[in-house]
Design a protein around this ligand. Sequence first.
Ligand SMILES: [Fe+2]
Length: 377
Amino acid sequence: MTPFLQIIHLSDFHFATQDEKFRIGQLRRALQRSRIKKSIQDFILHGLAGHDEFALRRLKRFFDRELSDSPWDALPTWIVNTGDHSTWGSPNAIASAHKLQSELAERPNVQVLDLFGNHDAWPGTFPLCASRHAIRLHRKMLRDQYFPGRHPSNILSASLPETSGKVVISSLNSVIHEKWRNFRAIGEVKEDFYQGEAPRAGTQLRQLEEVVSGWRNELKLLFVAAHHPVHDPEPSAFPIMKLRNAKEVADCVGTATGDAALTIFLAGHTHKLFPAIGQFPMSAECVNQEPLLSNQIQLINGTTMQENRLATNDIPNWPHILTVLRLYQNPNSPHSLSVVRQLAGRHLAQGRYTWLQSFGVNSRLQETLAVPTDKQR
Ligand SMILES: [Fe+2]
């Protein structure tokens, strides 16, 4: 197996300033005095928690210790962050997240694909409590200062060894800067423009189709990063958290790639790893993830470092997690490649980041997806 590309997927840092953390403490005490159901209290407090200070330092150490080993130090690495750098969208919190991310990327051959999430669009307060003007000003600040990249045009690509094939990653902006929808964490992929800038012609999805068609027969595997998952593994009965036009996104990306290339959607937002440990598919044919098509797969990273003080039964044993995808080409069959998922995290959100181990075996967990690359468009 010939290694050629490493993707490190981070998400949902949820940085918060000391002042913002103090306000959450006040809210927690107020909720405890209220008659609001405990499950709803937990949902609110989990969504509003800030980052874990201890995780911050330990994540840096893990990168230095474990993610620069040979041969990966000499191969391309893409760091993909699917957003929610902050809980309240405050500039200081986003700046702290960016400082950490640039320190993590300080190594050879690293490129970063950086998205913002629905929380980053909060103008320092609950969206419902903010004026439309404040939301517009915040959007302009967010894009001008921290996320100037255009979607879907900030594209990275890597070549498969000894073939003309390409692996490509693109992004979609799914965040809505609108008080009611963002209050409910709803997303939608539509025009990507912001205050002070004239919208480009066409929607993001049409633009993505144009970009993908430009790769013609070279494209073998497409990654599409967005904050909101296209396939929602645990859809709520209530109109919250969803991507409004998930089917449209799946269909448009499917039209762009045709049958020839597999698409892997990378997302955050839910704070739950998906597929769960041990359920990573061996091939695209093994899964049915509505509304995704037969050559599309959804992967979701949980939160990499959000504070976890709510020891409820819902929280998985590895609440702090990062996904490492290592891509290999089979030298005996240049028409296939493997995507190997390895996971690292902090067990019970404590201690240092370590590689997750295979159950019952003293070796690193490695789950492999086979990607055929010999299909023609
Ligand atoms: Fe989040």
